[in-house]
Every structure is written in C-alpha cells, then in structure tokens.
Design a protein around this ligand. Structure first.
Ligand code: ADP
Length: 487
C-alpha cells in the first residue's frame, strides 16, 4: 500500500492525513490545536516553533499509522499570508509569527498613495491591505531588534508558513515556497513570476531574506524519519489547494468554502483576469510550468453568523439545528439579515457597515430569523459570483462546495436556487488536504491532470429551481436591505 501524507497547517489547528494512492481515499488523521495570542488590540500572533513541532508530531503519528505501507510523499497546505522570521543557521524563529488576521499595519497600508496601490494591484493582483505579508515584514524589520540584527548579519530568513515547514522538515536544506503562497505576500509579481524589485524596495525587504519560488508540483526536498526518506512535493495555500482538490481544473469551474468566513475561487484559465469589482487575482495552482489563475472573493462572516445565532442570540443549540428551523417555515416572512458584523467586502467595500436585521413584524419567529441568516450567506455568495462573471466574462457552470456549513442542505439548495447553477457537494469534504495530496501525487507521477479528476466523488448535487424569477426577486429584497445597512 502506498500513501501520501497531506500536512494541513491551518490557523487554529494542524493536521496530517494519510491518503492511499491506490484507493484514492483518506485513512488516518492526527490533529493538534495551535494557540494564538493577541498582545495588543487587533494584533494576532502565533509561535512558529509550536506550529513546527506540532506539525512534526502529527506527521510522525501518520507515518506510524501507515504501518507496513510505504509513504511516498508529503504534500503541504497552509494558512496563507502569515509570516515567520527565523535564523538561517539554527532554523529557530526569532520572534512570534505575524498571522494573517493581524491588523497592526492597517494604518500604514491606508496611507500608501493611490498610485502605489495601483502599481501593487497591477503587479500582484491584490488590493493593498494589512492582511497580506508585505507590510507585516516591513514592520518586523523596523520594529523588532532581533529581526533587524539578523538581517544585518545576513542570516535572516522570512517566509510564509509553508516555507518555514519545508525549511525545518528538510533540515535547513531547502528554503523555498510555491507560487500560490508567494502571490499572497504582496511582493510577488504574478505576471513575471518573480519577487518584484519595485515592491521589495518599497516595503524595504531585501531579496536575500526571501525563499526561492517553485511550482506547486515541484519536489522541495526530503524529510528523513528514521530510515525512511520521504519526498516533500505538492505545496499550495489552503484556498488554492481546496480549488485543486475540488477538481476545479477548467476555466469557469468554481468552489465555495463555507467556514467561519466564505471563500469563493473561480478558475479563469491561463490568463490572469483583472477585477473591476475589488476581487483578488491570484495564482490558483501550477503544474510544472503551467500557471492557472483564479479570481478570489471572500465574505468575512458566513458560518460565524450561525455561531452568533447559537452563542449570542441563543436561537439554536447547535449549528446543524439551523437547517430544521429554516425549513419549518415557507419563507422568512419578510425578514432580511445583512451579515456585516465586520463590514462588507466585494462588491460594497464598506468596512464601517454593520449587521442588520429588518422587516420584523409581530408575527416574526425565531425560524424566520434563522432562515434569514442562512439566506443572507447564500446572497453574499451570489454577490461574489456576479462580480466574478462580470469581471471575467466567463459563465459559471456549477459550484463545488465544502467547509462546515456546506453540510446544511437547506443552505446548499437555496444557494443553487439563488445562483441558478447546481451545487455539487463531494463525499470527501477535506478538499484542502485532498488538494495537497493530489498535487503531491502529480509531482511524484502517480496521477496526472486528467486522472486526478476521478479522485473527487460527488455526494449530492443540488439543482437550481426553475422558478428563477422568484429567487431573483428575493435577491433584490436582500440588496435593498444592504442599501439600508450602507446608509
Ligand atoms: P473553519 O475552518 O473556518 O473553522 P469549518 O469549515 O470547520 O470552519 O466550519 C465551521 C462553521 O460552519 C461554523 O461557523 C459553524 O457555525 C458552521 N456550521 C457547521 N455546521 C453547520 C450547519 N449544519 N449549518 C450551518 N452552519 C454550520
């Protein structure tokens, strides 16, 4: 039996999963939680040392679980944009990792002149924001003495989580990242596929501290475990790995992950598409020298709204209960919810907007409110889909779904009705890990781009209702509620 290990270094936990190459399915999973710290308001940090040793722990647990089987490779997927600063000689981090959610550089980013923001968008496909790595690296070089001292001595390494794990797992032999991670740093030119000299100098980041950038299917090095030497190959940021694991391999294929937030990625082919709606242009994945671009949009609050119903409003006891309640009424009875707890993203870009519940009457019950919340998640995804189709002129064929809230049948059916395309839910919801395992399988020659499609199986397909006009009408009602939230 041949296995690949998918190492998934997420924000709240790290996991290793054992994937059988011949049976195309996952077996064993080992998981460890990762602590976060919030040293100042809006700051988010993690200990990269903890991330590494917990990754090594789950990895070794999976290796042991393979028993007599042979582990042929390790694929890596990870939280994106977060940065680690370490000593090239010892491999030890010299300060806490600055995590993607960290807002410490938001004021600096706001002050970047519009002409520079335009250059950033043109070169990187990204909207200038503290979320991406560049300003975090600049901040650390300017404010953390141990980082600037290492820089001076020529021993500073800076990289995203994947590059730190690769460095440690290869015993310091490989200092590399892949295109999908590099393109989220706001320092990488997605057209020339190189670190961009203008951006490096603007953010004061010397080229020498950054990793080499490779394809998602390049072999990165070897992990030595006892007498086993395991190749590390197949690396992609979490959302891009999910796109790949969902077999979105053709132009117009799209996936939505319904987690705490909602992430939609849309395959736009080998040409990058520039968004006029404020979506991000990103590298979807690469196979050898072939680069696939994607448009990416996110909704900050999706599953978190269901958590809010459960934990703050106490309208439900479990997230899953929202499905039964929503289907216990024929409609929301005119109630509309706008999920703007932390502002609204594309296409509104209204950071100051806040959530709203409107249309309440004396007859409004908790089922109506719960249903309005679930419907708002689907409408937010519709907003993104509209932008993507407008920007790319590519017709959306269907959506593949994953993430915790994709198990809600009401939400998925309503999503299909509102989008007017079918929603395909896979058997294997661990699309991110599957993507990393499949990129690894391609890198090592066990699969190719065509055969990899067979690794994804549909569990259920939700077909759109023929009553398109009725759902268009509901979407307009939602848009009117959003207008009120923006006032
Ligand atoms: P993340 O990876 O962002 O932590 P998950 O993919 O694990 O998120 O999904 C968790 C989210 O999905 C939670 O916000 C939870 O409220 C929501 N969720 C889970 N199950 C359901 C369900 N059956 N219906 C609606 N929401 C759900």
């Amino acid at each position: 039996m041949k296995y690949i290990i998918a190492l998934d270094a997420g924000t709240t936990s790290v996991r290793a999963m054992l994937y059988s190459v011949s049976e195309k399915k996952f077996y064993s999973v080992a998981q460890q939680e990762i602590a976060q710290s919030y040293p100042n308001p809006g700051w988010v940090e993690q200990d990269a040392g903890e991330i590494y040793y917990k990754c090594a722990y789950v990895l070794n647990k999976c290796i042991r679980a393979a028993d007599e089987g042979e582990i042929v490779g390790i694929g890596i997927t990870n939280q994106r944009e977060s940065v680690v600063f370490w000593d090239r000689k010892t491999g030890e981090p010299v300060c806490p990792a600055i995590i993607w959610q960290c807002r410490r550089t938001s004021e600096f980013c706001r002050q970047i002149p519009p002409q520079m923001q335009e250059i950033i968008r043109e070169k990187t496909g990204l909207q200038t924001d503290a979320y991406f790595s560049a300003s975090k690296i600049k901040w650390a070089i300017e404010h953390i003495p141990s980082v600037s001292a290492l820089l001076e001595s020529g021993n500073l390494c800076v990289g995203t989580i994947d590059s730190y794990l690769i460095y440690k797992l290869t015993g310091g032999k490989t200092f590399a990242t892949d295109y999908t991670n590099a393109c989220r740093t706001m320092l990488f030119n997605i057209h020339t596929l190189e670190w961009d000299e203008d951006l490096l100098s603007y953010f004061g980041v010397p080229r020498a501290v950054l990793p080499e950038v490779k394809s998602s299917t390049d072999i990165m090095g070897e992990y030595v475990s006892g007498d086993q030497r395991i190749l590390i190959a197949g690396v992609a940021g979490d959302q891009q790995a999910a796109l790949f694991g969902q077999a979105c391999h053709e132009k117009g294929d799209g996936k939505i992950t319904y987690g705490t937030g909602l992430f939609m990625l849309f395959h736009t082919g080998e040409e990058s598409v520039r968004s006029k709606s404020g979506l991000l242009t990103t590298i979807g994945y690469s196979i050898g020298k072939k680069i696939i671009y994607a448009l990416e949009g996110s909704v900050f609050n999706a599953g978190s709204c269901v958590q809010w119903l459960r934990d703050e409003m106490r309208l439900i006891d479990t997230s899953a209960e929202s499905e039964d309640l929503a289907t216990s009424v024929p409609d929301t009875g005119g109630v509309r919810f706008v999920p703007a707890f932390t502002g609204l993203g594309a296409p509104y870009w209204a950071g100051e907007a806040r959530g709203m519940l409107c249309g309440i009457t004396r007859g409004t019950g908790r089922a109506h409110v719960v249903r309005a919340v679930l419907e708002s998640i689907a409408f937010s995804a519709k907003d993104l889909a509209e932008c993507m189709q407008k920007d790319s002129h590519i017709h959306l064929k269907e959506i593949r779904c994953d993430g915790g809230a994709s198990s809600n049948n009401f939400l998925m059916q309503f999503q299909a009705d509102v989008l007017g395309v079918s929603i395909d839910r896979p058997v294997e919801r661990e699309s991110t890990a599957l993507g990393a395992a499949l990129l690894c399988a391609i890198a090592l020659g066990y699969e190719d781009e065509n055969s990899v499609k067979e690794c994804r199986k549909s569990e259920k397909i939700f077909y759109p209702s023929p009553e398109k006009e009725r759902f268009d009408g509901l979407y307009l009602e939602y848009k009117r509620a959003v207008e009120r939230a923006l006032r």
